[in-house]
Design a protein around this ligand. Structure first.
Ligand code: C2E
Ligand code: CA
Ligand code: CA
Ligand code: CA
Length: 284
């Protein structure tokens, strides 16, 4: 049992109360956690579906909480967004990840993961420092903008006006890739894609899940086929996430997807694991 909360345990729904305490407790603990260095990043490889080589990695943040152990981003990113801490936290994630990309390059040259994908919350998009912070971080690390891909969810950009798109456009002009994350869940107008400064579509995991059987549901196949051909005709690369089986990988490769990510290849892990994977791939 948690030690928090004294007489709060008398309430009718102790479980709901424990959740509330945790939520409140987590929220107030966030700023100090950043200062104390309780966050860390795991990396998950992005694999080329054609030849199986590791092309890059997505940075996924975790919190090593002194009482609760390792917390996933779904537990604390929403709280960080509510409190505004997401801006310094997101900047920290970006800086760490870009430095990691530099370390990989120094160790492995072209044989290692070349690119780093970093998630951007909608709050960071509207923060005026985004472009300058990104430029500074890349310059400090000596990493080319071309090595960075910022992932923005489709829902964050639905109905986005020009003010919201301006910083993304500037980053894209510099050479930073912008990926539309969780694509296919946001009901966005496909024609609208032309307006967005994106160069990668990340197909949502739900599509990958529907490829579980081989052959997959014919309607799902048609949908993915349509998305891939539209994406390619607009010069966008297609990444699929949540690939858990070889059958899914094969089906998605046949459908023309470019890059894949998922437990089938590797779970998110420490940066050293990426070194090993990249080495295996470049030699075999
Ligand atoms: P996302 O960007 O869609 O990231 C993919 C999620 O799918 C990750 O969950 C990853 O661990 C998980 N995943 C990867 N492969 C598989 C698979 O084969 N099967 C299944 N079932 N899941 C797989 P995670 O790490 O818990 O992250 C959840 C979400 O938290 C991310 O979803 C992203 O939206 C957010 N997030 C993570 N790190 C950051 C960050 O630094 N900043 C911001 N703003 N958001 C972040
Ligand atoms: Ca993502
Ligand atoms: Ca995603
Ligand atoms: Ca997701």
């Amino acid at each position: 049992a948690k030690s928090a909360g004294g007489n709060r345990f008398e309430l009718a729904d102790p479980e709901a109360d424990a959740r509330a305490i945790t939520r409140h407790g987590l929220t107030t603990a966030l700023p100090a956690a950043l200062e104390r260095g309780e966050f860390f990043i795991e990396y998950q490889p992005l694999v080329h579906l054609g030849d199986g080589s590791v092309r890059g990695a997505e940075a996924l943040v975790r919190w090593l909480h002194p009482q609760h152990g390792i917390l996933g981003p779904d537990r604390f990113i929403p709280l960080a967004e509510d409190t505004g801490l997401i801006v310094p936290l997101g900047r920290w994630v970006l800086e760490q990840s870009v430095r990691q990309a530099r370390d990989w390059r120094e160790r492995y040259g072209d044989g290692g993961p070349l690119r780093i994908n970093v998630n951007l919350s909608p709050c960071q998009l509207t923060h005026p420092g985004l472009v300058q912070d990104t430029v500074d971080i890349l310059e400090r690390a000596g990493v080319a903008p071309q090595a960075l891909c910022l992932e923005v969810t489709e829902s964050a950009l639905i109905g986005a006006d020009d003010d919201l798109l301006k910083p993304l456009r500037r980053l894209a002009e510099m050479g930073v890739d912008i990926a539309l994350d969780d694509f296919g869940t946001g009901y966005s107008n496909l024609a609208n894609l032309r307006r967005l400064p994106v160069s990668v579509l990340k197909l949502d995991r739900s599509f990958t899940q529907s490829m579980q059987q081989f052959p997959a549901d014919p309607v799902d196949l048609k949908i993915v086929e349509g998305i891939v051909s539209l994406a390619h005709s607009l010069d966008l690369a297609v990444t699929v996430e949540g690939v858990e089986t070889g059958a899914q990988a094969e089906q998605l490769r046949i459908l023309g997807c470019d890059t894949a990510q998922g437990w089938y290849y590797a779970r998110p892990g420490p940066p050293e694991r990426l070194h090993q994977l990249a080495l295996v791939d470049s030699t075999g």
